[in-house]
Design a protein around this ligand. Structure first.
Ligand SMILES: [Fe+2]
Ligand SMILES: [Fe+2]
Length: 212
């Protein structure tokens, strides 16, 4: 996994047919946390790199922002390797795991709730995700100013280890209607995001973003 920011490591899988890369992140610390698993084949590629990065330490948490193949498709495979890992997710996602017969130990979080350890503080933000506007979660790591943008603030191309420069307001106003197809909820999310001032966006797809 490649270092992209403080205590943050990226694994990226590029799919040339759609010119899109799929990123998973390890937030390393006393209680290591993985952000998204990738699809099952992507998890197969991720696992040896993750094990190497952890150096024999267990994975404590897996954050899943919403239920979709590239965010959590490889979760059962990952849990074979790390059976004690706790999956941090929204309530709807926890129900979807159960509905698909997946045996997942979940820690359900609501918007504005936090996951605080000695090393990091993740604050969760409501994310009406994808076409069904499922109640997903975005996450802000408050100590390092890292925003996990999931399927927002994404760009095409191979983002493996790539960090580009942008501004926070430009990224917020660049969230498109197709990404959150409900004007009121899009506006509410943009308003919430403006109350934060991160320095880095760990995007779910494409390059990461250093904020000026
Ligand atoms: Fe997604
Ligand atoms: Fe995605």
């Amino acid at each position: 996994m490649k270092p992209v920011s403080k205590d943050l490591y990226q694994h990226s899988a590029y799919v040339p047919q759609i010119n899109l890369s799929f990123n998973q992140f390890l937030l390393d610390g006393d209680e290591p946390l993985l952000v998204h698993t990738g699809t099952n084949p992507q998890t197969e590629a991720l696992l040896p790199r993750l094990k190497e990065a952890l150096g024999g330490r267990p994975l404590k948490y897996i954050f899943v922002s919403h239920f979709e193949g590239d965010e959590c498709g490889g979760l059962p495979l990952l849990l074979e390797e790390y059976p004690d890992a706790v999956t941090v997710c929204p309530e709807v996602t926890a129900r979807q795991f159960a509905g698909f017969g997946q045996n997942v130990k979940t820690l359900v979080k609501k918007p504005r709730e936090k996951l605080t350890t000695k090393d990091y503080e993740l604050e969760f933000i409501s994310y009406p995700s994808e076409m069904h506007l499922w109640e997903g979660l975005l996450a802000m790591e408050n100590r390092r100013g890292i925003f996990f943008s999931c399927d927002l603030m994404i760009r095409r191309g191979d983002g493996d280890g790539v960090v580009i420069d942008s501004g926070w307001e430009a990224e917020i106003s660049g969230i498109r209607h197709e990404q959150i197809p409900d004007p009121a909820r899009l506006e509410a999310l943009q308003k919430t995001l403006r109350t934060f001032s991160p320095s880095f966006v760990a995007a779910g797809h494409g390059p990461c973003i250093r904020l000026a």
